[in-house]
Design a protein around this ligand. Structure first.
Ligand code: AQP
Length: 330
């Protein structure tokens, strides 16, 4: 039997090219080799205040994006997290073996608590436990994610081992799959922080829906440095290095090939070409996504069949867990 891969993206905004190269793009390459389960993490999204109608629309858009990027619903299980109630239920059980202190130490919790100081809710702190439940429900071996999720993956591993040793072997201990290049695409406006779809500065990220004109304009405005050489040095030239990484990923070149290609080229032309390369790659994806959104029945049928398949596996795991912790079965 093939090993199981699980990953998810939150419908917390239009995904960025960071979500694409850090996660979704890599999923496409895994679907022939593994049993892949890809979710839309809508419950996670509620940890930050949302407009309900927008959240519903973005959930369907994210599904359309998955398929438009090349995720095949015939090969993979695609579903929305809230359609499989076992995610919330396993979270409760895992909460009882998680300490408050370890959650308070999570980098994302600290960052998001600062960013959303008016709404530091329990869900925000519990985010990594829900993520652990997502992963552990399916016997997941590999979790393809960007580098920002490494710490949360560690928690999922710790909780799996803790449960296994407290009760008896139950969960597979998952491994992260973090890409060598593109694991952390940085903001175009602040190369010291990662590109995020919920960034209030729209110039900081390229969304998967941006038009070619918007893309080129945002790259032209990208923060670089006062030097003029296009060379890779993440310490002293983080902005330029980020753009080089993006160009390499969108043209399937190595960073040294990119360095050679732009030897002697000024920042203006360089940024223009990065923008054009990204726009060119996104164009067919955007077209497919728009076509898919015109066929809502098809999208709902994917979600329905995905939820059925995911529920079947999740229900079996949860039943085992309930029994092991001592909940009476009827
Ligand atoms: N900048 C990034 N570079 C590489 N990978 C990234 N990922 C996110 N940002 C980058 C990866 O995308 C996947 C889905 O992430 P998510 O939506 O579940 O949550 P996130 O990591 O919090 O992503 P965002 O875009 O920053 O969302 P918001 O703004 O809502 O918090 C993960 O695999 C992640 O590693």
């Amino acid at each position: 039997m093939a090993k199981i891969v699980f990953s998810a993206v939150q419908p917390s905004g239009i995904p960025t090219i960071g979500n694409y190269v850090g996660a979704i793009k890599n999923w496409v390459g895994l679907q022939d080799e593994y049993d892949c389960i890809f979710s839309i993490a809508d419950l996670h999204t509620l940890t930050v205040r949302q407009t309900p109608a927008e959240l519903r629309a973005r959930t369907l858009e994210l599904l359309a994006l998955y398929v438009a990027c090349g995720i095949d619903p015939e090969k993979c299980v695609l579903f929305a997290q809230s359609h499989v109630h076992e995610h919330a239920e396993l979270t409760w059980i895992l909460n009882t073996i998680t300490s408050v202190g370890e959650m308070q130490r999570m980098t994302q919790f600290k960052d998001k608590s600062q960013k959303h100081a008016e709404n530091v809710n329990m869900g925000l702190m519990d985010y990594p436990v829900l993520m652990a439940a997502d992963i552990l429900l399916y016997g997941t071996e590999f979790v393809p994610v960007g580098a920002d999720q490494k710490q949360h993956l560690e928690i999922a591993r710790d909780l799996a081992m803790r449960f296994n040793s407290r009760y008896s072997p139950t969960f597979v201990v998952p491994e992260p799959l973090i890409p060598k290049c593109g694991a952390r695409v940085m903001s175009l406006q602040d190369p010291s922080s990662k590109m995020s779809k919920s960034d209030l500065n729209l110039n900081g990220f390229i969304s998967m829906d941006d038009t070619p004109e918007e893309i080129v304009k945002k790259f032209k405005r990208a923060v670089t440095d006062s030097d003029s050489r296009v060379c890779f040095d993440e310490q002293s030239k983080p902005g330029v290095s980020n753009l080089m990484t993006i160009y390499a990923l969108f043209t399937d070149k190595t960073v040294s090939e990119v360095e050679a290609e732009f030897d002697g080229v000024g920042y203006g032309d360089f940024k223009q070409r990065v923008g054009e390369a990204v726009a060119e790659t996104l164009k067919p994806i955007q077209k497919r996504k728009a076509d898919l959104l015109n066929d809502k029945d098809y999208l709902f049928s994917i979600l329905k069949s995905g939820a059925e398949k995911a529920s079947y596996i999740a229900m079996k795991t949860l039943r085992k867990v309930y029994k092991k912790v001592g909940l009476l079965q009827i």
